[in-house]
Design a protein around this ligand. Structure first.
Ligand SMILES: Nc1ncnc2c1ncn2[C@@H]1O[C@H](COP(=O)(O)OP(=O)(O)OP(=O)(O)O)[C@@H](O)[C@H]1O
Length: 264
C-alpha cells in the first residue's frame, strides 16, 4: 500500500486523497446544479437527516436509530422520486449529447449533414438575415437550432411545419399578426420542423432581471438539451443566444454569423 503520511494513528494513502477530492468535486457540482432552486432546500434536508442518522448510530441511541433506519433504508427510492425531474433532465442531457455526437460523426461519414455545401450556406444566410431584419424591426423571435436531435418530451404544443428554411417564412411566422408567432421555432436536420412551440422555462436566479419569458425559455431548452437558441427581443431588438444554460446578449452581426455557423 502506498502510504503518504499518518494523521495520528490513521495512515493516509494516495487513494484516500483522490477519494476526498472526487467526492468534494461531485458535491460542488451538485451544489452548482441545485443552487437557487427548491431542490436545493430538499437536498439540505436529506443531508441533515443522513448526518443525524449517522450521529444517532454512533451514539448508540437505539430507539431513534430504529426509526431513522426506516427512512434511510428507502432513502434512495425517496430521493429518486423527489428528484425525478432533475434525474430525468440529467439523463436526457447525457443521451442527447451522445446521440448528437454520434449522428454528427455518421453524418460526416455519409456526407449527409450538408457539410460545406451551397445549400447549408444558403440556409445559414436565410437564418442570419431573418434574425437581423427582425432585430431592426423589433419583432420578437425565438429560434432553436436542434441539429439532428429530437426534442420530443422537451417541447410542447408545436405546429408541425417540415418546411424549407427561408427568410420570408421565418419573418411571417414571427410577425405579430401571425397565428404562429407565439412560441419558438425549431430548426433541425436542415428543415424548419416546428413553430409555435412552448419550451421549458429556466428558473436560473442568476439571469439578468430584464430577461423575460422568451429569454428564459431559450435558456431553459439549452439547459436540457445540447442545442442553441437565438432570441430577438421585442422590447429592444437585441439579439441573444443561449447555449449550455448560459445567455449571451447583444450580439453584433459578425458574432451572430459565427455563432450560427458554430451551432448549425
Ligand atoms: N415557455 C415558452 N416557450 C416559448 N416561447 C415563450 C415561452 N414563454 C414565453 N414565450 C414567448 O415570449 C413572449 C413573451 O416574452 P416576454 O416579453 O415575457 O419575454 P422577454 O424575454 O422580456 O422578451 P422581449 O425582450 O421580447 O420582451 C411570448 O409572447 C411568447 O411568444
Amino acid at each position: 500500500m502506498m502510504y503518504l503520511f499518518n494523521i495520528g494513528f490513521l495512515p493516509v494513502r494516495v487513494w484516500d486523497i483522490l477519494d476526498i477530492l472526487i467526492v468534494g468535486y461531485l458535491m460542488y457540482q451538485i451544489y452548482k446544479l441545485l443552487r437557487g432552486s427548491i431542490a436545493f432546500n430538499i437536498f439540505v434536508g436529506v443531508l441533515t437527516l443522513y448526518v443525524v442518522w449517522w450521529l444517532v448510530n454512533q451514539l448508540g441511541m437505539d430507539l431513534l436509530s430504529a426509526v431513522l433506519d426506516q427512512f434511510v433504508s428507502v432513502g434512495v427510492i425517496i430521493i429518486i422520486i423527489i428528484f425525478q425531474p432533475e434525474v430525468r433532465r440529467f439523463l436526457l442531457f447525457l443521451g442527447n449529447t451522445t446521440l448528437r455526437q454520434r449522428s454528427n460523426f455518421l453524418g460526416r461519414i455519409l456526407d449527409r449533414n450538408l457539410e460545406n455545401t451551397e445549400e447549408k450556406a444558403r440556409q445559414l444566410r436565410a437564418l442570419r438575415s431573418a434574425i437581423v431584419r427582425m432585430s431592426k424591426r423589433k419583432t420578437g423571435a425565438l429560434i432553436v437550432l436542434a441539429g439532428s436531435l429530437d426534442l420530443e418530451g422537451l417541447v410542447s404544443s408545436g405546429v408541425e411545419m417540415d418546411a424549407d428554411i427561408s427568410e420570408p417564412l421565418l419573418e411571417s411566422i414571427f410577425n405579430k399578426y401571425s397565428p404562429l408567432h407565439d412560441g419558438a421555432v425549431i430548426v433541425g436536420s436542415n428543415r424548419l420542423k416546428l413553430a409555435s412551440c412552448v419550451l421549458p422555462v429556466s428558473d436560473n436566479p442568476n439571469l439578468p432581471k430584464s430577461a423575460g419569458l422568451r429569454h428564459r425559455a431559450g435558456v431553459g431548452i439549452s439547459e436540457r438539451a445540447n442545442v442553441a437558441a437565438f432570441i430577438v427581443s421585442e422590447e429592444t431588438g437585441g439579439i441573444s443566444v443561449a447555449y449550455e444554460g448560459k445567455l449571451r446578449r447583444n450580439l453584433d452581426e459578425k458574432e451572430l454569423k459565427n455563432l450560427l455557423s458554430e451551432h448549425y
